[in-house]
Design a protein around this ligand. Structure first.
Ligand code: XIL
Length: 381
């Protein structure tokens, strides 16, 4: 195989970085040095100036420990990104599958991985509607719900105290316009909010307080999908945030997941939307970016699909770069090899690298736009 200057191949990695032991190192400088001597591609983290983190969700399912079993994956995750989000390892159902029985093995391994590579960690997530059966199927009283959540948050945040830069404290607490019941807090399918339906905002405020008490340095976020542009759901977050602030909840950030589609495109007002949350005094992040492609032909995406996919990422990363309060841009997995999308769902190929780890044009857009962050970010404020 011929190696062009811009191609990053399995053999390049296997024969150099991994083969001669230049794998994970503890400092950013070390990572840059390793990258410089072993590969022509600098890696996204190297072109991203301070102040903005470039991240990926880490695929590391309990039964599919990708970072251990796939060395090429592991090396790219470490080399390309300076922030990682556990895709599943820090979810309630993984950390506390039974009452009082915590399993930190996957989360610990990921935090160690991040430390070895000089990466920060985005904790994900503490209060969510997807929970183990012992939580979701119980008929919880308000006191019991609060006790379970308080104990869980305190235990988890204390364990990783000082190791988590951002915590997605409350994930997807708002229903969307197309969901049953319409826009509003998930007092139906979130068992904690359901039990505390008399004052769900009070419970959310307490979740932030408990997390802050256990890990005072972590930046604490609300995070949701379908809030990329101005719409009824993102609009509803504005009064919620104001109310949380009025109640002195330690809320620091708003995360836009940005799971987008090639056929609908990324909302053109994503930058203005980030700015309106910044104007509430929050930092903001793009936390789960991906652009799913509808009906990819067997031979690969059509030129039009590639254009739409690339344009979607361009718009998202340009917005992140342009908004000074934006502290991180995270993709929900960097390779199609471990796509989280259902295989038969019609949508596919969401990531910035294909299943063979080849960078797509969307990767090149990130590589091109991220270095412009310093110049652009000074413009706004
Ligand atoms: C997804 C994971 O990617 C899957 O592996 C898992 O089976 C279900 O959860 N929004 C979120 C993430 O906040 O936690 C979800 O992650 C994707 C949508």
């Amino acid at each position: 195989m011929t190696l062009s200057r811009r191609t990053f191949t399995t053999s390049a990695l296997g024969a150099t970085a991994l083969g001669i032991g230049l794998g994970p190192v503890g400092t950013g400088a070390g990572v840059r040095a390793a990258a410089a001597t072993t590969t022509p591609r600098p890696g996204l983290r190297s072109v991203t100036p301070r102040g903005l983190r470039i991240g990926s969700a880490a695929n590391w399912k309990p039964n599919q420990r990708t970072c251990e079993t796939d060395q090429q994956y592991r090396d790219l995750l470490g080399r390309e990104f300076n922030s990682v989000t556990p895709e599943n390892q820090m979810k309630f159902r993984v950390l506390q599958p039974e009452p009082g029985r915590f399993d930190f093995s996957g989360a610990d391994a990921l935090v160690k991985f991040a430390t070895d590579w000089g990466q920060t960690v985005r904790g994900h997530t503490l209060l969510w509607h997807s929970n183990p059966a012992w939580v979701s199927e119980a008929d919880l009283t308000p006191d019991r719900a609060r006790a379970i959540l308080r104990d869980h948050i305190t235990t988890v945040c204390q364990r990783y105290r000082g190791r988590i830069l951002h915590w997605d404290v409350a994930n997807e607490v708002m229903r969307g316009i197309h969901e049953q019941g319409g826009v509003g807090l998930r007092t139906d399918d979130n068992p904690f909010l359901r039990a505390c339906a008399d004052d769900p905002v009070g419970l959310i405020a307490d979740a932030f307080r408990w997390a802050h008490a256990a890990d005072p340095a972590a930046k604490l976020y609300l995070n949701d999908f379908d809030v990329t542009g101005f719409n009824a759901k993102s609009d509803a977050y504005v009064p919620l945030i104001r109310e949380l602030q009025k109640r002195n909840a330690p809320i620091h950030g708003f995360g836009i997941q940005a799971h987008e589609r090639n056929d609908q495109g990324v909302p053109a007002d994503v930058q203005q939307n980030l700015e309106r949350f910044a104007d509430l005094g929050l930092e903001v992040s793009i936390t789960e970016a991906d652009i799913r492609v509808w009906k990819v032909p067997a031979g690969g995406p059509t030129p039009e699909q590639v254009r739409q996919h690339t344009e979607g990422y361009r718009r998202l990363v340009q917005a992140a770069v342009n908004v000074k309060a934006c502290t991180s841009f995270t993709t929900w997995g960097f390779t199609d090899k471990y796509s989280w999308l259902p295989a038969d769902g019609g949508f596919d190929a969401p990531a910035i690298m294909d299943a063979n780890y080849q960078p797509k044009p969307a990767y090149r857009e990130l590589e091109r736009i991220l270095p412009t962050v310093t110049r652009a970010r000074s413009v706004r404020r």
